[in-house]
Design a binder for this molecule. Structure first.
Ligand SMILES: Nc1ncnc2c1ncn2[C@@H]1O[C@H](COP(=O)(O)OP(=O)(O)O)[C@@H](O)[C@H]1O
Ligand SMILES: [Mg+2]
Length: 258
């Protein structure tokens, strides 16, 4: 499953990123890149700054009062801090949050929400998008006969797939997942991992995961974050080998710490 060295060009480039909540610095000048078509796994214990890092990419950090970012992030060469169309940036980067956060809407309306907000009203077009996204999220067969049911009536694993379908509805170029498996069972987790394997053909994926073995199964490259720093970023087989670049990586992935 680990492919050769990803050769895609840089899609996201992060340089000297610092994040503060008020006076407190929680990300201490990290740099890394995400390459087109890869799955970049991000591992690290709680509080390492993984979620804060993701929020910088699509500028949702600014929803947190008192939070600030410094440094440079470019997405497709465009500086996210200077981008004029921040909604366009957020459409380009789909985000799947740790817990299912289905809107209190029907299954159909959950997926149609973003396209409608972007001005699409033609029913046939919306039907197409809803079906495509639910299929991509491997949920279509389970819900196609009850699209008018509330999304909140679905099981946890189904809601998480609905969240993925929603993230896909604005046709993102990059899909970011933040610990998607934290509240779902192993069988559903494997199911969604299969979905990600399919999606990688068409998309760049940034997979923040609480399961180190999930990065090992899926990621082309893996980044290890600890206390607001990037300890290591390398090919997944190197990160999980007996001799990664940093001894702290070995301690973490082999379960000695964290
Ligand atoms: N909204 C917030 N306000 C203040 N501190 C925060 C906030 N969100 C996260 N933090 C702090 O930032 C650090 C990194 O957190 P986070 O980015 O959530 O890490 P991770 O996703 O790796 O668990 C932690 O020390 C956390 O307490
Ligand atoms: Mg987090």
């Amino acid at each position: 499953m680990v492919s050769d060295e990803p050769v895609g060009e840089t899609v996201i480039d992060v340089r000297d990123l610092r994040v503060h909540y008020g006076e407190r610095e929680v990300i201490h000048g990290i740099s890394f890149d995400v390459r087109r078509g890869e799955i970049l796994g991000v591992i690290g214990p709680a509080q390492s700054g993984k979620t804060s890092m993701l929020k910088c990419l699509n500028r949702t950090l600014e929803f947190t009062p008192g939070a600030t970012m410094r440094g440079t992030i470019t997405v497709d060469g465009e500086d996210v801090l200077r981008v004029r169309d921040v909604f366009g940036l957020r459409r380009k980067i789909g985000m799947v949050a740790p817990l299912p956060v289905g809107l209190p809407l029907t299954i159909y309306d959950n997926v149609a929400f973003a396209p409608r907000a972007a001005g699409l009203s033609n029913r046939a077009d919306l039907d197409d998008i809803v079906e495509r996204c639910l299929r991509q999220a491997a949920l279509w067969d389970e819900v196609k006969d009850r699209l008018a049911t509330l999304g909140t009536k679905l099981s946890g694993g189904q809601q998480q797939r609905l969240t993925i379908a929603r993230a896909l509805s604005h046709d993102p170029e990059i899909l970011c997942l933040d610990e998607f498996s934290i509240a779902i069972d192993p069988v559903t987790t494997m199911r969604i991992e299969d979905v990600l394997k399919e999606l990688r053909a068409t998309m760049t994926i940034l997979l923040v995961t609480n399961l180190t073995q999930q990065a090992r199964r899926l990621a082309d490259r893996t980044m290890f974050m600890l206390n607001g720093e990037v300890v290591e970023l390398d090919r997944t087989d190197v990160v999980f080998s007996d001799t990664p670049g940093d001894p702290r990586t070995f301690d973490y992935v082999s379960g000695i710490v964290g």
